[in-house]
Design a protein around this ligand. Structure first.
Ligand code: NDP
Length: 485
């Protein structure tokens, strides 16, 4: 299939015919090409979305009622489940994630469509008390055309949560997937057209972030942007959007702590803590990447984690490996550079997993690594690594645990492991982040649960009903009907 965008329900090549190779992270070889979008292509996509909305919200998509939007989303969700294996295969090949992870992502995508399908016709305004003889109501309306900049780590899930909610609220979407993970997005857009979304409701322009992504965030026709990715790029997107007064939801990185007290159920905590950092090879914004353990049990518990780490195997997506390759060479080199820094800082490596025999030598495989008792000012304790690297720190008491947990610039998720109910509540109250898990850890899971950060982890909320509200603009209508004589 020639490289193309998907605009107004049709495949279109880049306006200057340029393309980008698609690399398989399992062996470093190109296996496909995508279109290299430009500002001109973004403009075409925005115009198609504007036509679907109509200048006065009188276009075909704007006139599709909530019930019918819900039916379309439900049909799309069913189609995703019918093609789950095919979609998971595309995602695993494109991003390097294991087939198991890719399949979970596809199931989560279907859940987003189900959830937002059911929510469309429950999204309503209120009536407000005001002067006698005046009826005041609020109406939830779409913003218009929304922009969605999707990263490469959870393409279908992030597509589902952001595009699903936006379409449910009645907006038309222009999506720019990451150049390393565009194939599933193109596939989903064609599926949307097949289940009946009208032309222009959903448009996809592929290409580089600095070209197509920058053009999308700067386009004055975009009335809301959802961005998931790095803090630096998030700032750029927000600056560009501010120039045309466009609201932005930023879901940026994290350095999320898992805090283990000495009264915790350690057997329950152990597998969850390991999974929360190796899932998707650590390329997860909400990865539990700092393990804070009470000093009385730190050494013994860290040794139990180390035992698990030594058994972890990185390998190709189609093997039974615990971790797939990292998504691309840049990410691989970024993680290796962090591990070089750890060596230079003299940090202690408590454990390292291994790479499966027979994994292609040019693939981007990184073993799981456990770094023990890392000082809080180390870059490894402060910055997102976005690879399968877990650091540990010992704390003295609850206050010290909180101080360490809140000590980074990030604030996305925290996990707390303790049986003490009052301590659970105190920790939940004082942790500076967007989600707190007590005696479990969601790693962003649960389509119903609002998700997002504070500080450098971003602002605004994805997922759940909260996200749906964010995709609407509230209009207040006051009707003067007078009084009885
Ligand atoms: P980026 O933030 O650069 O990329 C995220 C998305 O933004 C991609 O779709 C990218 O497109 C796009 N983009 C890049 N530059 C611009 C721009 N100027 N204007 C608009 N959109 C743009 O992340 P990277 O892929 O470079 O990864 C770097 C680090 O970011 C990772 O190591 C990790 O720490 C963090 N990250 C966090 C994620 C999260 O879930 N919060 C997800 C991904 C990364 P393209 O990829 O085509 O350039």
């Amino acid at each position: 299939m020639p490289a193309h965008h998907f605009i107004a329900n049709t495949r279109r090549p880049a306006s200057d015919d340029r393309t980008i190779p698609v690399i398989d992270p399992a062996d470093g070889q190109a296996f496909d090409r995508i279109a290299r979008g430009s500002a001109q292509d973004i403009d075409q996509a925005v115009r198609a979305a504007q036509a679907a909305m109509g200048e006065h919200f009188d276009g075909p998509w704007a006139l599709t009622c909530a019930r019918d939007r819900g039916r379309l989303l439900a049909a799309w969700g069913r189609a995703v489940l019918e093609h789950a294996d095919e979609l998971a295969g595309i995602e695993a090949r494109d991003t390097g994630k294991t087939l198991r992870t890719a399949r979970n992502d596809v199931l989560a995508l279907a859940r987003y469509f189900e959830y937002y399908a059911g929510a469309c016709d429950k999204l309503h305004g209120e009536t407000l008390p005001y002067d006698v003889g005046t009826l005041v109501m609020t109406v939830r309306e779409p913003h218009g055309v929304t922009g969605h900049i999707i990263p490469w780590n959870y393409p279908v899930q992030i597509f589902g949560r952001s595009v699903g909610a936006s379409l449910a609220a009645g907006n038309a979407c222009v999506v720019k997937p990451a150049e390393d993970a565009s194939l599933s997005t193109l596939y989903l857009a064609e599926m949307a057209a097949r289940v009946g979304f009208p032309p222009g409701a959903l448009n996809v322009v592929t290409g580089y972030g600095a070209e197509a992504g920058a053009a999308l965030s700067a386009h004055p026709g975009i009335r809301h942007i959802s961005f998931t990715g790095s803090t630096v790029t998030g700032q750029r997107v927000a600056e560009a959007a501010a120039r045309h007064h466009c609201p932005v939801v930023l879901e940026l990185g994290g350095k999320s702590p898992q805090i283990v007290f000495d009264d915790a159920d350690l057997d329950a905590a152990l597998p969850v803590i390991v999974n929360a950092i190796i899932q998707n090879s650590g390329q997860t914004c909400s990865a539990g990447s700092r393990l804070l353990v009470h000093e009385s049990i730190h050494d013994a518990f860290v040794e139990r984690v180390a035992e698990r780490f030594r058994a972890l195997r990185a390998g190709p997506p189609a093997s039974d490996a615990d971790l797939g390759p990292l998504v691309n060479r840049t990410q691989y080199e970024r993680v290796r550079a962090m591990l070089d820094t750890a060596r230079r800082e003299g940090l202690t490596e408590a454990a390292r997993g291994r790479i499966l025999d027979g994994a292609p030598p040019d693939g981007y495989y990184q073993e799981a690594v456990l770094l023990r008792a890392v000082p809080r000012d180390s870059v490894l304790a402060r910055e997102e690594i976005f690879g399968p690297v877990l650091i540990t720190q010992a704390f003295r008491d609850e206050a010290h645990a909180l101080e360490l947990a809140n000590s980074t610039d990030y604030g996305l998720v925290a996990g707390v492991w303790t049986r003490d109910g009052a301590r659970q509540l105190r920790m939940a109250r004082h942790l500076r982040c967007g989600q707190v898990f007590i005696n479990n850890y969601g790693a962003g899971g649960g389509v119903e649960l609002p998700f997002g950060g504070v500080k450098s982890s971003g602002h605004g909320r994805e997922k759940g009903f909260e996200a749906l509200l964010g995709f609407t603009a509230l209009k207040t209508v006051a009707i003067r009907y007078g009084r009885n004589a």
